[in-house]
Design a protein around this ligand. Structure first.
Ligand SMILES: [Zn+2]
Length: 501
C-alpha cells in the first residue's frame, strides 16, 4: 500500500517551500511565496507606486470636493457626493488583501482631510482601547525588566559596540512609540529596516563574524520585541483577529478528521508516540505565550521535532518530509492553537529575517504556514472522502465514528489513546471510592441516630423510675437524737469507773 498515492491532496514539493525568485531561501505565503529579502524589494517598489497613486487620488478627491462644495453652495443643503470611494483600487491586484486594506485605510485618511462630510467615516480605535488586566500588566513589566537587564549584561561583554547597540535600540523603541497608527505592514517595515541597518553596521563597522552578528541580533530582537509586543501583536489596524477567528472556526468544523483520513503515519497506541503527540500539541499551543518572535519559532521547532519523533517511532525509520506535513496538519487540527494567524503574522513581520529564510527554524515555520494553508482548503479529495460524506461531516449531520459499518466503529473504538483509558480507569476508581465514602457516611449517620435513641431511652427509664419512686424529702430525720434539742442538758455519758480497792 502506497501512502503517497492515497495522500492525494496533501503534498508539497520541497522546492515549493523555497522563494519563488529562486534565490534559495525559504519563501512564505505571507510574502506571496517570496523570501523576506525578495519580498521587501517587491514591497518597496509597490510602496513607491502606491505613494504616487495616493497622491494622484488625493488630488482627484480634492478637485471633486471642491466641485461638490461649489455645487452644494449653489443648491443649498445638498450632501456632497459619497460615491467617490475607490476609483483606482482595482489596479492593485498583485498585493491583493493587505494592500487593499492599507489602501482603504489611506483613502479614509485622505478623505478625512479633504471631505468635511466624511468626518464620521469608521475609524478604528487605537490600541489604548484595550485594557489588559492589572495582573497581566504587572507580569509583563517584570518580564520586560528582566529582559532589559539581560540585554545590558549581554552588551557589557561587547564593550564599545555594546553601548552603541543599546543607544540605538532605545532610540528605536522610542521612535516606535509615535507610530502607533501605522499599518501592520508599515510597522514591520520599520522593524525590518532597523534590523537590517543594525546588522549591516555590525558586519561592516564592527567587523563581526556573521555568526556573532546573528547572536547579537537575536538579543536585539528579544529586547525590542519584548517592549513592542503589546502595540504590534495583532494590531487593530490589521485584520489578524478576524483571520484568527476564521481559522479557529474552520479547525473546529474539521474536528471529525481522523488520523486515517490524513494518512498520518502515527500510531498513538504506542506510549512513546502518544507522548510525543501530546508534547507537540502542547508546544504549538504554548507558542502563543511567548513575546519574542524567535521564542515563538523555538516552540514551532520543538513541536516539529516531537512530530518527527512520533513518526520515527511508529515507522521504525526516519521520518520523511512527505510524512511530516500531514502530521503537522493533524497536530494543528488537534491543538487548535490560540491566535494562530496572529502569531504567524507576528513572526513573519517582526522576526529577524535571517532566522526565517534559512536554518531549521525557517524550514519548520514555512511548513507550519503550509499546514495552515492546507487546513483552509482541506476538501473531500484531500481526505479521500466522497464529496457527499465530506458535506455531511462538515454540517454535523453525520460523524465518521458513528458510521453504519459497526466494524469500523469497533476498530476506531480499539484505537483509544492510552491516556484516555488511564483517565477512564481513574474515573472508575474514583466513583468506587465515592460509593464507599457514601456507605461510611450512612453508617455514621445510623450510629448517630442509634446513640440519640439510646440517650432518649435512658432518659425515659430514669423518668419512669423517678415517677414510680418519687423522692420524698423528709426534714432531717436521720439522726436518732435529732429531735433532742436540749442536748446540752443531758448528763454526760457514763464514764467507766474504776473502783480502787
Ligand atoms: Zn528570495
Amino acid at each position: 500500500m502506497s501512502q503517497r498515492s492515497e495522500r492525494r491532496g496533501i503534498h508539497v514539493d520541497q522546492s515549493e517551500l523555497l522563494c519563488k525568485k529562486g534565490c534559495g531561501y525559504y519563501g512564505n505565503a505571507a510574502w506571496q511565496g517570496l523570501c523576506s529579502k525578495c519580498w521587501r524589494e517587491e514591497y518597496q517598489k509597490a510602496r513607491q507606486r502606491q505613494i504616487q497613486e495616493d497622491w494622484a487620488l488625493a488630488e482627484k478627491l480634492q478637485r471633486e470636493e471642491e466641485a461638490a462644495y461649489v455645487s452644494s453652495h449653489s443648491s443649498s443643503q445638498t450632501q456632497p457626493p459619497q460615491s467617490h470611494s475607490q476609483p483606482s483600487l482595482a489596479t492593485f491586484s498583485k498585493f491583493e488583501e493587505k494592500k487593499t486594506n492599507e489602501k482603504t485605510r489611506k483613502v479614509t485618511t485622505v478623505k478625512k482631510f479633504f471631505s468635511p462630510s466624511s468626518r464620521t467615516a469608521p475609524k478604528k480605535e487605537s490600541h489604548e482601547g484595550k485594557t489588559p488586566s492589572p495582573s497581566i500588566t504587572r507580569q509583563s513589566s517584570i518580564e520586560t525588566d528582566r529582559v532589559s537587564r539581560d540585554f545590558l549584561e549581554f552588551l557589557k561583554t561587547l564593550q564599545k559596540p555594546g553601548r552603541e547597540i543599546h543607544k540605538q535600540s532605545r532610540a528605536f523603541i522610542e521612535s516606535m512609540g509615535n507610530k502607533k497608527d501605522l499599518s501592520a505592514e508599515e510597522l514591520s517595515e520599520c522593524v525590518q529596516d532597523f534590523y537590517q541597518g543594525m546588522s549591516d553596521r555590525l558586519l561592516n563597522h564592527f567587523k563581526g563574524s556573521s555568526e556573532k552578528v546573528d547572536r547579537v541580533m537575536d538579543q536585539v530582537e528579544k529586547y525590542i520585541m519584548t517592549r513592542l509586543y503589546k502595540s504590534v501583536f495583532c494590531p487593530e489596524t490589521s485584520d489578524d483577529e478576524k483571520k484568527d477567528l476564521a481559522t479557529q472556526r474552520r479547525i473546529r468544523a474539521l474536528h471529525w478528521v481522523t488520523i486515517q483520513m490524513l494518512c498520518v503515519p502515527v500510531d498513538e497506541e504506542i506510549p512513546e508516540v502518544s507522548d510525543s503527540v501530546v508534547k507537540a500539541i502542547t508546544d504549538i499551543i504554548e507558542m502563543d505565550s511567548k513575546r519574542v518572535p524567535r521564542d515563538k519559532l523555538a516552540f514551532i521547532t520543538s513541536c516539529s521535532k516531537h512530530i518527527f519523533n512520533a513518526i520515527r517511532v511508529t515507522k521504525n525509520e526516519p521520518a520523511s518530509a512527505d510524512d511530516f506535513l500531514p502530521t503537522l496538519i493533524y497536530i494543528v487540527l488537534k491543538a487548535n492553537p490560540p491566535r494562530l494567524q496572529s502569531n504567524i503574522q507576528y513572526i513573519t513581520r517582526f522576526c529577524n529575517p535571517s532566522r526565517l529564510m534559512t536554518g531549521e527554524d525557517g524550514y519548520y515555520f514555512t511548513n507550519l504556514c503550509c499546514a495552515v494553508a492546507f487546513i483552509e482548503k482541506l476538501d473531500a479529495h484531500s481526505l479521500n472522502l466522497s464529496p457527499e460524506d465530506f458535506e455531511r461531516y462538515m454540517s454535523g449531520q453525520a460523524s465518521p465514528r458513528r458510521q453504519d459499518d459497526p466494524a469500523a466503529w469497533l476498530q476506531s473504538g480499539s484505537h483509544v489513546n492510552p491516556a484516555l483509558s488511564q483517565i477512564h480507569h481513574n474515573l472508575s476508581v474514583l466513583s468506587n471510592l465515592e460509593k464507599r465514602q457514601q456507605q461510611v457516611m450512612e453508617g455514621a449517620q445510623s450510629l448517630q441516630t442509634e446513640l440519640a435513641e439510646w440517650q432518649d431511652s435512658v432518659a425515659r427509664e430514669v423518668q419512669e423510675i423517678l415517677e414510680r419512686y418519687p423522692l420524698e424529702i423528709k426534714s432531717r430525720a436521720s439522726a436518732i437524737d435529732a429531735e433532742n434539742v436540749e442536748n446540752d442538758r443531758l448528763p454526760p455519758p457514763l464514764q467507766p469507773q474504776v473502783f480502787a480497792g
